[in-house]
Design a protein around this ligand. Structure first.
Ligand SMILES: Cc1ncc(COP(=O)(O)O)c(C=O)c1O
Length: 472
């Protein structure tokens, strides 16, 4: 039987993509349609407003196209790699086609593997579990915890944590020195493409060249890069790349680890279970003997999340067809509007490792004189209907560097128990993307100016780690 894994989603979504692309007003209108644009939220000050989602770096809204594609596929949903029925065959084909689409989106080399995981965190933990014995892992302290922490749990691996560099050149030089002095043996460098705190781009190509000069491998944490910028694995010459669907407008529980097959092929399967096995028998000694697969299936035990994989592939197609260069250009225009607006508020200090002119994606963190960041973020939400993030952004060492904190200064996840205006170790982060209308950035700037000039209408205090409004 020949299974034709096509259904109406493809033509319907192309039409939707055409409808949202084109038009000359790219400055103001979001280039891609996302869900939630018409959601209204209540204000503590009375009435309601359209929600302005400016927390894309945490989780971006779903692309309308992704949602439509998933909805069109849903009636055809079936098991993957298990099941003889037509819909199982169709779903298996769709899952494997999604792998190929992601490989194309990432510019993978012919022998690279694309594995579907749960998220970037899962992808990097999977790679950490696959390190050859005695691997030395090099990371900067500026990494997101998902890229900083998995390595030290790996058995028999040693982690070298490099101090935050203050220029991209310093980053490359520091890595060069560290790798040069490292003893023989397997080495891995893990680096982010774009910081989830400052939005700044890291010199990935140069870091990859430095890694390879010293015989090290490199994995790119593209959680914040992939939604904002084309990523080309072969061109950047990185060995692996990891990203999350929910930051790429595809919030259906999947992530990706793509790259070299060898370390993964030689490692124990990440999870033990069905799908990863070729044969399982009860041996004469009463033990269970297993032969594991060597390809991608080795690390994809359990029933695959076909909807998550298909959603990621749909988002990859949408971004590619919209023209990534056009998306980048428009995002940079919006970023300039945001940073110029913030620069005009003297009480605001934008956080940066590499300086104000460093290239960055649409992710900006800042602190405000006289404000606790959690109170500021809570007031933006409660009084203006604007969703941003506050805290240390799962990158505690980096935020400590950026805020010049004393080593013992307390700072932890969740809103601090602080008085209004009391300084604590946290910041506010605004982030946006291809679904953000310019009006959201303008509204945010107007709200920030008003809060700084006039103060909040309500008081804010912390309850169970969340900053909430209190009248009076
Ligand atoms: C740079 C970076 N890396 C890794 C992660 C972890 O992503 P996830 O929570 O989707 O696993 C994040 C999440 O914010 C991130 O910003």
């Amino acid at each position: 039987m020949t299974v034709t894994t096509t259904f109406s989603a493809f033509s319907a979504s192309s039409a939707a993509a055409a409808a949202v692309s084109g038009g000359s007003d790219v400055e103001l209108r979001a280039p891609l349609a996302v869900l939630g644009g018409d959601v209204r939220v209540p204000l503590v000050t009375g009435g309601e407003v359209a929600y302005a989602a400016l927390d894309y770096a945490a989780s971006a809204p779903a692309l309308r196209r992704v949602w439509d594609d998933v909805a069109a596929y849903a009636p055809y949903y079936g098991s993957v790699h298990r099941g003889a029925g037509y819909l199982s065959q169709l779903s298996t084909d769709l899952f494997e086609q999604s792998r190929a689409t992601v490989a194309g989106f990432l510019g993978c080399r012919p022998d690279d593997q694309v594995l579907f995981t749960r998220s970037t965190t899962d992808s990097l933990n999977l790679l950490a579990a696959a390190l050859p014995a005695g691997t030395r892992v090099f990371v900067f302290e500026t990494e997101h915890h998902a890229a900083l922490l998995p390595w030290q749990r790996a058995e028999d691996a040693e982690v070298v944590c490099l101090a935050a560099p203050r220029t991209p050149e310093q980053a490359v030089a520091a890595l060069d020195v560290a790798l040069h002095g490292a003893p023989k043996g397997p080495k891995l460098v893990c680096v982010t493409g774009a910081s989830n705190v400052t939005g700044e781009l890291w010199p990935v190509r140069e870091l990859a060249a430095a890694a390879h000069r010293h015989g090290a491998r490199i994995v790119l944490d593209a959680a914040q890069l992939a939604p904002h910028h084309p990523v080309d694995v072969a061109d950047l010459d990185v060995d692996w790349v990891a990203f999350s669907g929910h930051k790429l407008y595809a919030p259906f529980g999947s992530g990706v680890l793509a790259g070299r097959p060898d370390w993964l092929r030689d490692a124990e399967p990440y999870l033990a279970g069905g799908g990863a096995t070729r044969t399982v028998t009860r041996g004469a000694d009463g033990r269970v003997d297993v032969q594991w697969h060597e390809g991608v299936a080795r690390h994809e035990a359990g029933s695959p999340n076909v909807i998550g994989a298909y959603a990621i592939a749909s988002a990859c197609r949408a971004l590619t067809e919209a023209g990534f260069d056009r998306l980048v250009e428009r995002e940079q225009a919006l970023l300039a509007r945001l940073t110029e607006g913030l620069a005009a508020i003297p009480q605001v200090r934008v956080l940066s490792l590499f300086g104000p002119d460093a290239p960055r994606v649409g992710v900006v963190s800042f602190v405000v004189d006289g404000w606790n960041s959690s109170h500021f973020a809570a007031a933006l939400s409660a009084e203006h209907g604007i969703g941003v993030r506050d805290g240390l952004f799962c990158a505690h060492p980096l935020v400590r560097v950026l805020l010049d904190s004393a080593p013992g200064e307390p700072g932890e996840c969740g809103a601090p128990d602080a008085e209004p205006g009391e300084r604590s170790l946290n910041a506010v982060r605004v982030s946006f993307g291809a679904g953000t209308p310019a009006e959201h950035v303008d509204r945010f700037l107007a709200a920030a100016r008003s809060l700084v000039a006039d103060g909040a209408a309500w008081r804010y205090h912390t309850e169970e780690g969340r900053c909430v409004p209190v009248k009076g």
